[in-house]
Write a protein that binds this ligand. Structure first.
Ligand code: HAM
Length: 457
């Protein structure tokens, strides 16, 4: 019987894997620029972490968790998100007492949700995110939103829609929930089964219903801003003002409530519709929370964070062709012509790798033309040929595969030679000012630096 992958999971390899690596590396680099460090919580947690953290009323906990009893009879869950596990780690290790506050962590890895697989929705998918914990300041909400926005801008996104809303403080939210219950009491009989259970568990979530007929009812529901306390109103206005100051475009969406129960005050989502018109749902989302740390037995501390769905980010970038073709190109393809040159090839390859050049050795021992073709197929910059006569002269024949020029170079001078050719081909990138070594001159659709050059730029 043929064994296939589990429904809702994906095999990521080849070009996809390169794209994932590229996207994750940009996300990590920008998060580090903002002073965040990496944290790697376990994939497996006691189920309680998510039941308490994400909330019993959330769809994630009610319907979507991969929960099982281990051989010792403990209820364990494959993480459906990172935030609860990160906070559990912070509290268990008392990081709030030893680290400088706020604690700033980024993370990436697989998460698991039993959802109906569809466009942009998987059962195992990857998230990259950040959590900033231990301070309650609207400016930090903005800092985190700007970080998310900057990550997307660095990846080459131009038209991101940032939706934000406030869920207010406890008092505002309780008053608002009561008003919603009152309003929906006249309609709930005719609404979808999900709305019916949300009405009991968390009426805020009714605002998020995707059923068309229900959305029409939701349109007339009371709005959160009518129930905000003065402090909550001021806090949200501060967030909006700072975003305006930083010229980050945003839309206030008063139906944005988020699906996880821990949020309070600022919530936000990043949306993007690819040029082909594909909408994968939010590509990233997050918000402020005020009870998670104390829920796990820590002090009364607030936090704010977001997570991107890496599959969705890669999917839209692929649709819009803003993924770099070859972000980590092969520089050298070494071709020993016979077995007698294999050891020399090994030594030269080691030196090139130590110098930081991605290098492979071809041990096919077939016709030179066939091996050169393989180097071209692999997009190598240089084919470095070592035959009997080269070995005798302690040299190699370097063929520049983009110009077809070739030159005999002494083995001891090889690295300097490669350095100088690559250096001579560099030019200032049109969009970021970095030195690039591709020959796009800003004319190509995208540059080796990963940035998207528009022809009119
Ligand atoms: P979330 O909205 O549940 O938030 O997920 C964050 C992102 O993960 C979504 O915007 C989406 O891009 C992606 N995502 C969610 N479900 C799927 C799926 N089934 N398949 C593919 N991608 C998916 C959280 O997880 C919160 N922990 C975010 C956060 C961090 N809030 C505060 N800190």
């Amino acid at each position: 019987m043929e064994v296939k992958n589990v429904k809702g999971t994906r095999d990521i390899f080849g070009k996809d894997s390169t794209s994932f690596q590229y996207v994750e590396s940009v996300m990590k680099a920008v998060a580090e620029l903002y002073g965040f460090d990496e944290m790697r919580p376990p994939v497996l947690e006691h189920s309680e972490v998510f039941v308490r953290g994400v909330g019993e009323g959330s769809d994630v906990v009610r319907k979507e968790m991969y929960t099982f009893l281990d051989k010792g009879g403990r209820s364990l869950t494959l993480r459906p998100e990172f935030t609860a596990g990160i906070i559990r780690t912070i509290v268990q290790n008392k990081l709030y007492a030893t680290a400088d506050l706020p604690i700033k962590q980024y993370y990436s890895g697989p998460v698991f949700r039993y959802e109906r697989p569809q466009l942009g929705r998987y059962r195992q998918f990857n998230q990259f995110g950040v959590e900033l914990v231990g301070a309650n300041n609207p400016t930090l909400d903005v800092e985190v939103i700007v970080l998310g926005y900057t990550i997307l801008a660095t990846l080459g996104f131009t038209d991101v829609t940032l939706k934000i809303n406030t869920l207010g403080d406890d008092k505002s939210r309780e008053d608002y929930k009561a008003a919603l219950k009152d309003f929906f009491s006249q309609h709930i009989e005719n609404m979808c089964p999900d709305c019916k259970s949300r009405y009991e568990l968390n009426p805020l979530r009714i605002l998020d219903c995707k059923v068309k007929e229900d959305q029409e009812i939701v349109r007339h529901a009371p709005k959160i801003n009518e129930y905000l306390s003065e402090e909550a109103q001021e806090r949200f206005e501060k967030v909006c003002r700072s975003l305006e100051l930083l010229e980050i475009p945003f839309e206030v969406d008063d139906t944005l409530v988020r699906g996880l129960d821990y949020y309070s005050e600022t919530v936000f989502e990043f949306h993007y519709t690819s040029k082909k018109g594909q909408n994968y749902g939010a590509i990233g989302a997050g918000g402020h929370y005020d009870k998670l740390v104390s829920e796990f037995g820590g002090p009364d501390m607030h936090g704010v964070g977001f997570s991107f769905g890496i599959e969705r980010v890669v999917n839209v970038m692929s649709d819009d062709e803003i993924l770099p073709d070859n972000p980590n190109p092969l520089i050298n393809y070494l071709i020993p012509l016979t077995e007698d040159e294999n050891d020399a090839a090994l030594m030269i390859a080691t030196a090139l790798r130590v110098a930081g050049y991605r290098t492979e050795i071809c041990l096919d021992g077939t016709k030179l033309g066939t091996m050169i073709k393989k180097a071209v197929k692999k997009n190598a910059k240089f084919a470095i040929i070592i035959g009997e006569s080269e070995l005798e002269q302690n040299s190699v024949l370097v063929k520049n595969l983009s110009t077809s020029e070739q030159e005999l170079v002494g083995a001891g001078d090889l690295i300097e030679y490669i350095d100088s050719i690559l250096e001579s081909e560099k030019h200032e990138c049109e969009c970021c000012g970095d030195d690039c070594d591709c020959d796009c001159d800003g004319d190509h659709e995208h540059c080796c630096c990963g940035h998207h050059h528009k022809k009119e730029d």
